[in-house]
Write a protein that binds this ligand. Structure first.
Ligand code: NAD
Length: 545
């Protein structure tokens, strides 16, 4: 965000439209490859192509309050006459009918220009760069620390790979949790980028040096992040062969996408674009490499490391590559986060649409004052305000649950109204949220009632958000290697200080988390059933019991 943008007046007919336009600009500003409209995860795009992008911008600038812009897979299709309480934007990205939802069909449809993948928060303009991912990764590390290491990761070594759009947050997240974290990345350009923006402390020249640095930091209980250029499929087995057992092992390479993402053994990142025309070769080589990569992760697990899949499909690819026990590695959601999701506690974010850092500083203080007994949130806010660099529009994320999100957003809307903040604030959340996602190998793996693959919940969530006055509502399904793996819903509400925004916030944010609690209560989670009773959520079966 430049100062010019801070000062700029409205370019649209109102803040609802202007807010969404600024969020679209922002995902490109913080994205990995804006020239290709790619925000993260190899292919997650903000719009289908540049003509579509430009047409979205033009439409947003002219859109009236009683109109709704309809976007299909990143392309604006039309404007509907609705009413002033209807969403300003609705979108459906990359939803292919079940049997046809394969990576091969996805790539063919993408090639024809008929579809694009919105990732989770890329296509619906909610991504806030490392400001968001750092917290999600930190939260996972802290759950592991609480469960296995007495509270933090000091004196522990974390081994991981991938320093891309989202994976680039790992070094700082690990460091904030107290660890010596070693990050293997095949592309030296990505390492240099993370070093430059301060997410990474040092780059080791060799594996020996990397391990020495990690061991020394461990013995001094000193938090340190170390980058190492190399292929994880080579480096992980090399570390295992030396008998070194990291305390925690995970991976955030783009293993979900073997054509545009994961770099197979013996290949360089630079040569990948030239190989993409032979997708069969890349898929074959990628799966063979991931098999080695995951075998090493399994060896670490057998030797005592806490190993987890961080949501990049690496186990599914390894299974295809012949590693029959790949799913012995647990998914992070089931292993560490399900009790939180049962109470609809998840990654909630707010974005200062004015571009003023001072707005985030003020809201940080509001959160500290409003939730003094929430140790997880207050600890995070204190760390974030000291360590998390601003990227694009200043933003913050914190894991808040049912009722808490609404309360905070209403208080912020009042601050916008009274002029305590420099401008309106956008509220949104990750798709990885209680009601919002069905992903049978990430969020909903091993649900108590076996409802892992039922996609009704995110669809109901999106419908509920449209009827609860949200400003933007999106339905996404997986693309690239994720094709056929997930369906999720995105929601954004713009707090412009108005009474109408109070109503939108109260309805949309409350109903979103209420549905999330109901989803887990329905699946039989005791925490969710307890939440239903404590918060008087109207879950019919429990009301009747
Ligand atoms: P990205 O494409 O921006 O970055 C991936 C990085 O991995 C790149 O820097 C690439 O050079 C590197 N890489 C590829 N192959 C490698 C190899 N063999 N060895 C070492 N490095 C290699 O992707 P991203 O946005 O950082 O996301 C990474 C993955 O994590 C994706 O699959 C994404 O969907 C997933 N993800 C999951 C969650 C979640 O559910 N918790 C959150 C964030 C990201």
């Amino acid at each position: 965000m430049t100062d010019a943008m801070v000062d700029a007046g409205l370019r649209c007919r109102g803040w609802r439209q202007e807010g969404l336009l600024r969020l679209l600009e922002n995902v490109l500003a913080v994205g990995e490859d804006p020239a290709r409209l790619v925000v993260y995860a190899a292919l997650g795009r903000a719009a289908r192509d540049w003509p579509s992008h430009d047409a979205i911008v033009t439409a947003l600038k002219d859109l009236r309050d009683d109109e709704t812009l309809v976007i299909q897979s990143g392309k604006p299709i039309g404007i509907l006459q609705t009413h002033s309480r209807a969403p300003i934007v609705i979108m459906a990205n990359c939803n292919i009918v079940g049997r046809w939802a394969t990576p091969e069909n996805f790539y063919a449809l993408e090639e024809k220009g008929l579809i694009c993948w919105g990732g989770l928060t890329a296509g619906d303009w909610q991504y806030i760069g490392s400001q968001g991912v750092i917290q999600g990764t930190y939260e996972i590390f802290m759950r592991i620390a609480e469960k296995h290491f007495g509270g933090d990761l000091s004196g522990r070594i974390v081994l991981t790979a991938g320093l891309g759009g989202m994976g680039g947050a790992q070094p700082l997240a690990g460091k904030l949790a107290g660890a010596a974290i070693l990050c293997v990345e095949v592309d030296p350009v990505r390492i240099a980028k993370r070093l430059e923006i301060g997410l990474l402390d040092v780059v080791a020249a060799s594996l020996d040096e990397a391990l020495d640095l990690a061991q020394e930091a461990k013995s001094q209980r000193r938090a340190l992040s170390i980058g190492l250029t190399g292929n994880a499929a080579e480096i992980f087995p090399a570390i295992a062969a030396r008998g070194l057992v990291p305390d925690v092992v995970t991976d955030q390479t783009s293993a979900h996408d073997l054509v545009y993402g994961y770099v197979p053994l013996g290949r360089t990142a630079a040569e990948m674009p030239g190989l993409r025309s032979d997708s069969a070769l890349l898929i074959r080589e990628g799966r063979a490499s991931i098999a080695e990569h995951v075998r090493a992760m399994l060896a670490f697990q057998r030797a005592g490391s806490i190993v987890f899949d961080n949501g990049n499909l690496i186990r599914s690819q390894a299974l295809e590559g012949g590693v029959a026990d790949a799913f012995d590695i647990p998914i992070f959601t089931e292993a560490f986060l399900r009790p939180l999701f049962s109470r609809a506690i998840g990654p909630f974010r707010w974005i200062a649409l004015s571009g003023a850092r001072s707005d985030i500083v003020r809201i940080d203080q509001l959160v500290l004052d409003s939730f003094p007994d929430n140790a997880v949130v207050t600890r995070w806010i204190r760390l974030a305000r000291e360590h998390v660099p601003v990227e694009g529009l200043p933003a913050r994320i914190a894991w808040l649950g049912h009722g808490e999100r609404t309360r905070l957003a209403l208080e912020v809307n009042a601050m916008v109204r009274t002029g305590e903040l420099a401008g309106p604030v956008g509220f949104t959340r990750d798709h990885l949220d209680a009601a919002a996602m069905t992903h049978p190998t990430i969020l909903t793996e091993n649900m108590l009632d076996g409802s892992d693959a039922i996609a009704d919940w995110p669809l109901l969530d999106a419908l509920a958000m449209c009827s609860s006055q949200a400003d933007l509502v999106a339905i996404h399904s997986g693309g690239g290697g994720y094709a056929g793996f997930s369906t999720s819903a995105g929601v954004t509400v713009i707090a412009d200080g108005s009474a109408a925004a109070d109503e939108r916030i109260a309805l949309a944010l409350t109903n979103d988390t209420a549905l999330g609690v109901m989803r887990y209560a329905d699946a039989g989670y005791a925490d969710a059933q307890d939440e239903v009773r404590m918060r008087a959520i109207r879950h019919i079966a429990l009301e009747q019991s």
